[in-house]
Ligand binder design. Structure first.
Ligand SMILES: [Mg+2]
Length: 309
């Protein structure tokens, strides 16, 4: 399963779109929302090694999300996100956006789902993040490269998930720590954020999860084997990837780069009936629609700056 969404959530998103706000806020996952590889052994390896069936696995992932949602001191998520989640929930409540989604090139649907659940729990709206599309999600396979992030992919994912698609390019705000996706040249509200490279050791994550793991009834030998293997990989990764900052206090609790972009996005007028074409059709969504020359120039300059760093 790649997209988990209840009928109730789809109905809510569709109703919002009918009310005139088919606008979406999308997020890259790794180093954008947070740093999640330390939860990989518990999301993917442990349930697979314990041979959990689909129902049990889903129950475990939900338990995992519920446990981690309150463990802010692990700094898996970027600090300051709670303010952004409040703003997003409020925007959805007043129908300024249809909702949010994750579009990640991470290959683990389990991690993406756990992250999505946690964001919904922390926002107080179980339907705020409607989907988490990962590298192998079927709707991405139909659109060429599975690693491409572009408007075609977003529209295909929304459509195949039964969600309202975008009317124009400026109806999407997308956050990513990587500046050079195709999407960056297609939408005016592509927002490149600083990469969050904080890393939490697996042993610390396990310490917080141990009571939940024990209660769920995972065999101790399996847990021990998963931990041993995961920490071996962790040692190797930490030696080879010098960008990771291991469990130090986050440099900033500020998420202003997110909240300011959301403020600009929400101040963009929505497409209304009065702005439709004379023949009654909405403005066609094209590759360049909504992207001003000024916006492109600014983004190009920003990417050049980033590439120098
Ligand atoms: Mg990223």
């Amino acid at each position: 399963m790649t997209v988990v969404r209840s009928n109730k959530q789809t109905a809510a998103a569709t109703a919002t779109a009918k009310a005139g706000a088919a606008r979406w806020v999308g997020f890259d996952m790794d180093e954008c929302l947070g740093s999640f590889m330390p939860i990989w052994p518990f999301c993917e390896v442990l349930p697979n090694e314990a041979n959990l069936g689909p129902e049990d696995k889903r129950a475990w992932l939900r338990r995992l999300a519920e446990t981690l949602a309150s463990r802010r001191e692990l700094w898996l998520f970027r600090p300051g996100l709670d303010l952004l989640l409040d703003m997003l929930r409020s925007a959805k409540e007043r129908k300024a956006i249809a909702g949010c989604f994750i579009l990640t090139n991470n290959g683990s649907w389990e991690i993406a789902e756990v992250v999505r659940h946690i964001l919904n729990i922390r926002s107080g709206d179980a339907g705020l993040f409607v989907a988490a599309w990962h590298r192998y999600t079927p709707c991405r396979r139909k659109t060429g490269s599975i690693l491409t992030k572009d408007l075609t992919t977003v529209q295909a994912c929304l459509r195949t998930s039964g969600l309202p698609t975008l009317h124009r390019a400026s109806d999407l705000l997308f956050y990513d720590d990587y500046a050079d996706h195709v999407l960056a040249d297609e939408i005016p509200h592509y927002t490149t954020v600083s990469a969050y490279t904080h890393y939490t050791p697996i042993a610390l994550v396990y310490k917080e999860l141990k009571p939940a793991i024990d209660r769920f009834g995972f065999p101790r030998a399996v847990v021990q084997e998963v931990l041993t293997q995961a920490e071996k990989y962790e040692d190797r990764d930490l030696k080879t990837d010098k960008t990771l900052r291991v469990y130090s206090p986050p440099a900033s609790m500020d998420a202003a780069e997110f909240t300011e972009a959301l403020g600009r996005f929400l101040s963009t007028p929505v497409l209304t009936a009065a702005r439709k074409q004379p023949n009654g059709t909405a403005t066609r969504l094209t590759r360049r629609t909504g992207t001003t020359t000024q916006g492109r120039t600014a983004k190009t300059a920003r990417r050049r700056r980033l590439s120098k760093n």
